[in-house]
Structures are given as C-alpha cells and as structure tokens.
Design a protein around this ligand. Structure first.
Ligand SMILES: *Cc1c(COP(=O)(O)O)cnc(C)c1O
Length: 228
C-alpha cells in the first residue's frame, strides 16, 4: 500500500510538471493504472490508494480480478476480437481500443441490450503513423467511417487513442502524439459530436504525451514495476 501510494505520488508529480511545461492544466490529465499481469490483491491496494481507473488488455483477465476489486472503473486497452464484444460490454466501463466499424457495430448492439439508456463510452484507436505492428484505424479509414460510427446507438465516442512508437528515446513518440492531436482537431471540426479525449502515453513516454495534449495516460510499469 505504502509502495503503490509513493509510486502514485511520484507519477502524478511528473504528470503535473509536464502539463505545466506545456502551459496546460494538470487536472485535464487523467491516469489509467494499467494492471495487466498485476495480481488482484495489488490491484485492490492500488484502488485503495486512489488509482481507481484501471486498464486491462484482456477481457478474461479483467473479469477474473473483478470479484476481488471493488470501486474501480475498468478500461479495456487491448485488442478486442468481435466475438468477445458482448463479454467486453459486460466487463468494462470504457473500451479504448475500438479499431474498426465492424467491432463498433458489435459493441453498439451489445450495449443497447446490456445497458439500455446508458451508451458505452469508447475511444477510437488510431494507427497514426501507419505502423504495421500496431492496431487501429488508418486515418483515411477513420475519416471515411466516422459519421457511421457516430450514428451508432448504444455508443458514446469520447475521443481517440494511440500507442506511441516504441523506442528507447521517448522523443521518438512525439510526432505520433502530435499527429493524433492534429487529426482530432480536424475530425472534430467536421464532426462536433466526437469527444475531445486523447488517450496517449505509457510508462516511457507519458511526459511527452502530456506535453502534446494527452487527456488520458495509461501507465503500468512506472506504477507496478516490471512485468514478469
Ligand atoms: C501495457 C499497455 C500500457 C502500459 O504500458 P507500460 O509500459 O507498462 O506503462 C498502455 N497501453 C497499452 C495499450 C498497453 O497495452
């Protein structure tokens, strides 16, 4: 508990410093504690320490921890197969990793049945730098599909999500984050119903992401230590 609280404080200080460097309000940045591979017991301690928004990559792993972890908001941040969309709607409060119109359609149908009158908040994952190793909409596809996405009942599209270039130097991710921010401005100009959240930045590059406009950072190792 004391260890996770200290890690939380240190991280929040670094987020605040980055926000101030960029002339942004630090309160405009929210932290998702990424708990993949972290035991339910440690997740419970993190939630007790105020890290009550948690991110998981897999539907099954999150579902297995939930009986032991009360009071958290659960974000799905990993790739989701269409056939697990229904289960994802049961397990998660927010799906950050929506990467196709087909998947969004599945989630929308499930959300209308499972949580009527309460649209499921989602983010659209974008592969802004055309990286073959990454999931997400290519920007031209997102431009084409956005109106159809926004028309789906059962979903509320809160904004965009991306993963920075994985490299030793966090500066390598800056152009990706800046590109996501520019794309969001362009899309919101034509589609004011698209939300303004930008989920970008992980343990190695969250400071750069905050400087480039992140409103959500997803941090695992910098809070919980290396994954085994
Ligand atoms: C694992 C993961 C994170 C957190 O990564 P860390 O390097 O542990 O901070 C963030 N976003 C996604 C999509 C992830 O899969």
């Amino acid at each position: 508990m004391a260890v996770i609280a200290a890690a939380r404080d240190g991280l929040l200080e670094r987020i605040e410093a980055s926000a101030r460097r960029a002339g942004r309000d630090p309160r405009a940045v929210r932290l998702v504690a990424v708990t993949k591979t972290v035991s339910a017991e440690r997740v419970r301690a993190a939630v007790a320490a105020g890290l009550d928004v948690v991110g998981e990559n897999r539907v099954q792993e999150a579902a297995a921890k939930q009986p032991d972890v009360q009071g958290a908001t659960w974000h799905l941040i990993g790739p989701l197969q269409s056939n697990k969309a229904r289960r994802a709607v049961e397990v998660f409060d927010v799906v950050e990793s929506v990467d196709s119109l087909a998947l969004a359609g599945r989630l929308a149908r499930a959300a209308t049945e499972i949580r009527p009158g309460r649209p499921l908040p989602i983010l659209l994952q974008v592969n802004v730098d055309d990286d073959p190793a990454k999931a997400g909409f290519e920007p031209p596809d997102l431009r084409r599909d956005l109106a159809a996405l926004l028309a789906l009942d059962g979903l509320r599209i809160d904004g965009l999500m991306t993963i920075g270039r994985l490299a030793r130097d966090p500066e390598a991710a800056r152009s990706t984050f800046a590109a996501l921010c520019r794309l969001a401005v362009e899309l919101r100009d034509a589609n004011p119903d698209l939300g303004a959240e930008l989920s970008m930045g992980m343990s190695d590059d969250f400071a750069v992401a905050v400087e480039e406009g992140a409103t959500i950072v997803r941090v695992g190792r910098a809070l919980f230590g290396p994954r085994s």
